[in-house]
Each structure stands twice: as structure tokens, then as C-alpha cells.
Design a protein around this ligand. Structure first.
Ligand code: AMP
Ligand code: GLY
Length: 465
């Protein structure tokens, strides 16, 4: 298999519809940036943006994250879609050249629309494009229309009709809230009773409010999962190295689903031929369909794929970088991250020629006791500096805060830190990430010991084409 960083140099920098020559990247020499979001993904973005010689000032909507606060200036006003006028005024008063939106919720609520109307360049789609993640029913229709391979499904608003349909299937199907549910809206039941309970919980008990007023009943697929990221401005597409994350809480892929307990990049499951197929069968048809619907999608398109016996199929689309996947992508990026984000936001994806550090990156998530159900927070964290000083290591803050009383950094969320390391290969990156993670301590810390281990990552041989 070729090294993954060769993938970019081969077939994957393509155009959807234009055959014009690569354009010059003409980003200004000093860019003021507003970064929206306050988790590990945004800390990784903040650090990458802060390393750019083209950066003027980086502002953050979330200075409560000590990692982000170390490299960014607080915006000082709420930055959200509900009060978009504040964000608009902030951008005007601070000469903001680029707004980078990390999470999906502000995109789904139309923050990017408001800012773009005022002439601000935004990395992240408008509300119409964000439906791809915020409305799974809409996303399925789009996929069907574009003949994109995905799990077979039907959507329901009536619980008893949904239960009847679920019972008509041999295997218990997967139940999904169609709206945004903070990563908790998917139930993969082992029995028909669990499926029926999940349906009634979502539709009748309104488990996620409006987000579960409609559910998808979806065929259960089997196979390893891969996260694929494509930068697009609706016309140009640039595909990044694929990542794999580990969704289950416990070693050996046991326990409840989480937002992700670790990730690595590049994926061991994708070679050039497979990436071309994913590009041809999945990414380009979806981007092209959106363009034909008049959607001006600028940002990253994240395809969550399952490699089934009949090839790669879409589990979901997201309209943002994955978390923790972003925490392995950013450290591997050798090119200027700010230029990359700005080119995407301003319709210059065609100008991108990204360079990557060779080798691999592994991120190990340190989570609080009780995560994902009920995280216990407020614990003092030690060893942060010692870990961050190690070679090739990046310590990203996800759920931490500064405790004014003790002057210490304490835990403040479910996923607390992402400890990433670069290495010449996956093995070295993994060893470094764990060596660094082992320097960090807080009460009740949960950490999977098998991130990127050969026992849980599917070997290339299991890939089907
Ligand atoms: P999603 O948020 O749609 O990616 O779903 C969260 C997780 O649920 C995925 O990462 C999979 O592990 C699992 N999942 C979702 N859809 C399916 C499916 N159709 N078959 C099997 N597992 C699924
Ligand atoms: N790591 C999964 C996600 O970001 O949705």
C-alpha cells in the first residue's frame, strides 16, 4: 500500500465540474480570524491557525477553553445564530477576514448565512448545506437522488407505524433521530424490543425534542468504519487523508457509543483505488447534487462510512471536521492551515496544494469518570506541561477550564483532553501518544488502551471493493 500522504499527490485533487487550470491562491498577507466553538476540534484548529505567518489576530468565541485561550483573543460577545447581529458587528468592528465555524449547531442555525450576507468569508456551509447533518431525512433523499450507496431506510413520525416496520425486518434495525442530537441520536439495538423502546422514546417521549419528531429506521450494516473529509467550495474538491476513530468507550470496541475515544490517521483501510471509488460514488455525486439544488457549500464535508461486504456505504454526513479526527488531521498538516481554510471559504479550493507530514498521527482521548452518561467534572489535572513538552506531542483541551480558586486546570466535560502524537508510523505515533497520556492524571480518568492497536483496527485485507 502506498504511504497515505501520497494520496494527495495522486488522483485526489479533482474538480467537480470545472476544467479550468489551478488558480493562484491570493489570500491577503494578514488575516484576522474568528474561530467559533470551544472543544478539542477547535483547539486543534486554533493551534494550526495560530502557526500561520499570515495570521493577524485570532479571536475565539470560547475563551473558557484554556488551550484555545492560550493562542486566541476572547471575542467578548456571544457568537451564535440567535444573536447573529452581534457576530456581524464584531466582524465589522474587528476587520474579520475569515470566520471558521467548528461545530455543526451554529451552521444548522444559520450563522454562516448571516455573516455571508454581510460579506464575511466563512468556513462552514449555510443552513441549506448544513441540512446534510441536521436533517437525516433530507440527507437520505439527497443520497437516493444521487444514487449514493447508503443503508436502506424509511422515516416515520408515528411511533406505532415505525415499530410495525421495524418488526417486519429480520434483524433489529438502527434507530436514528433525524435532527441534531449532540451525537446521541443513534441507537443500535440488539433486539426488536430495544428497537421498539428506542422508537417510542424518541417519537413519543420526545427524547431529543424537535430533533426526534421524526426517526429513520435503518438497515443495520456491518463492517469497519472510516471517516473521510473533503474540503469543498461547491466546485473544487480536495480530499484529505482518511481517519479512523474509536466510538466505543471500552477496549476491544466494547461498551456504549461515545463521541470518540481516540482516532488515527491515515486509515489503514483505504488505498488510492478505494479513495477514488469513494470520491466517484459518494463525495462527488453529493457535492454535485447540492450544487444543482443551488446550495453554495463551502467548508468540509465529512462522510462517515462503513466498509461492508458490498463496498463502502454512508452511515452519515457531517458538515464539520470530526472530533477527535480533527486532532489527528491538523498536526499532520504541513501546509498553512489558515490558507487552506481561507481558500475553501473564498471559493479557491482549486488552488490548494497541501503538504502533509509523512507517517501517522494518533490521538488518545482522556475522558471523565461517568462519561458518556453522566460525566463527573471539577477534578484537578496534573502533568499537562510535561506531556506537551514531549517530542511530536500535542495536548488538546476539550472539556477543561481554569479554576480561579486553585489556579489549576480542572476537568469540565465528558471528553477532557485529546493527546495526539506524530510518528514515523502508526506504531511510533501510538507509543508516543500513550507515553504522553500517561503523564496526565485526574481522578476517575477513563482512557482506552487500544487506540490504533492492530487488534481493533481492521487490516487492509478486510477491505472489500
Ligand atoms: P451516526 O451518528 O449516524 O454516525 O451513528 C453513530 C454510530 O452508530 C456510527 O458510527 C456507527 O457505529 C453506528 N451506526 C450508525 N448507523 C448504522 C447502521 N446503519 N448500521 C450499523 N451501525 C450504525
Ligand atoms: N468522531 C465522530 C464525530 O465527530 O462525529
Amino acid at each position: 500500500m502506498p504511504p497515505a500522504y501520497a494520496i494527495q499527490r495522486l488522483a485526489l485533487h479533482c474538480l467537480v465540474s470545472s476544467n479550468s487550470p489551478a488558480r493562484e491562491n491570493t489570500s491577503p498577507n494578514s488575516l484576522n480570524v474568528l474561530l467559533v466553538g470551544g472543544g478539542g476540534r477547535e483547539h486543534a484548529l486554533a493551534q494550526a491557525i495560530a502557526a500561520s505567518p499570515k495570521l493577524g489576530t485570532l479571536y475565539t468565541s470560547h475563551p473558557g477553553n484554556p488551550g484555545i485561550a492560550a493562542v486566541a483573543t476572547p471575542a467578548g460577545v456571544p457568537i451564535d445564530a440567535a444573536q447573529a447581529y452581534r457576530a456581524e458587528l464584531f466582524c465589522r468592528d474587528h476587520d474579520i477576514d475569515l470566520v471558521v465555524v467548528g461545530p455543526e449547531a451554529p451552521l444548522a442555525e444559520g450563522l454562516a448565512d448571516s455573516l455571508r450576507r454581510k460579506g464575511v468569508a466563512v468556513f462552514g456551509p449555510n443552513k441549506d448545506g448544513a441540512q446534510l447533518e441536521a436533517d437525516k431525512h433530507w440527507a437520505k433523499d439527497l443520497m437516493r437522488g444521487a444514487a449514493v450507496p447508503t443503508a436502506e431506510s424509511r422515516s416515520f413520525t408515528d411511533a406505532e407505524q415505525a415499530v410495525q416496520y421495524s418488526l417486519s425486518r429480520t434483524e433489529p434495525p438502527v434507530i436514528k433521530a433525524t435532527g441534531l442530537a449532540a451525537g446521541k441520536g443513534v441507537v443500535v439495538p440488539s433486539t426488536h424490543k430495544e428497537a421498539a423502546d428506542a422508537i417510542r422514546w424518541m417519537l413519543n417521549d420526545k427524547a431529543f425534542g424537535d430533533a426526534s419528531s421524526r426517526v429513520l429506521i435503518e438497515e443495520r450494516l456491518e463492517g469497519p468504519e472510516v471517516s473521510v473529509f473533503a474540503l469543498t467550495d461547491g466546485t473544487g474538491v480536495y480530499i484529505l487523508d482518511a481517519c479512523q476513530d474509536h466510538k466505543r468507550l471500552l477496549d476491544g470496541d466494547e461498551g456504549p457509543n461515545t463521541g470518540g475515544m481516540g482516532a488515527f490517521c491515515p486509515s489503514t483501510l483505504i488505498d488510492d483505488a478505494m479513495m477514488s471509488r469513494i470520491q466517484r460514488e459518494i463525495l462527488l455525486p453529493v457535492i454535485d447534487s447540492m450544487r444543482r439544488e443551488g446550495i453554495d457549500y463551502r467548508g468540509v464535508l465529512y462522510a462517515g462510512l462503513m466498509f461492508t461486504h458490498s463496498g463502502p456505504k454512508v452511515l452519515e454526513f457531517n458538515v464539520r471536521f470530526g472530533d477527535p479526527e480533527c486532532q489527528v488531521l491538523m498536526p499532520r498538516l504541513a501546509s498553512d492551515a489558515l490558507e487552506m481554510l481561507y481558500a475553501t471559504a473564498t471559493g479557491n479550493v482549486e488552488s490548494l496544494e497541501l503538504a502533509w507530514h509523512p507517517g501517522a498521527a494518533v490521538c488518545v482521548v482522556l475522558a471523565s469518570e461517568g462519561y458518556p452518561q453522566k460525566p463527573i467534572t471539577g477534578q484537578s489535572i496534573t502533568g499537562l506541561d510535561e506531556a506537551a513538552e514531549m517530542e511530536g506531542v500535542f495536548v488538546y483541551h476539550a472539556g477543561t477550564k481554569h479554576d480561579d480558586a486553585s489556579g489549576q486546570v480542572i476537568t469540565a466535560g465528558g471528553r477532557v483532553l485529546g493527546v495526539t502524537a506524530l510518528g514515523d508510523d502508526l506504531e511510533q505515533a501510538k507509543d508516543r501518544a500513550y507515553a504522553a497520556a500517561d503523564k496526565i492524571r485526574f481522578n476517575g480518568m477513563q482512557v482506552r488502551r487500544d487506540i490504533a492497536a492492530a487488534t481493533v483496527i481492521a487490516p487492509a485485507a478486510s477491505r472489500n471493493s
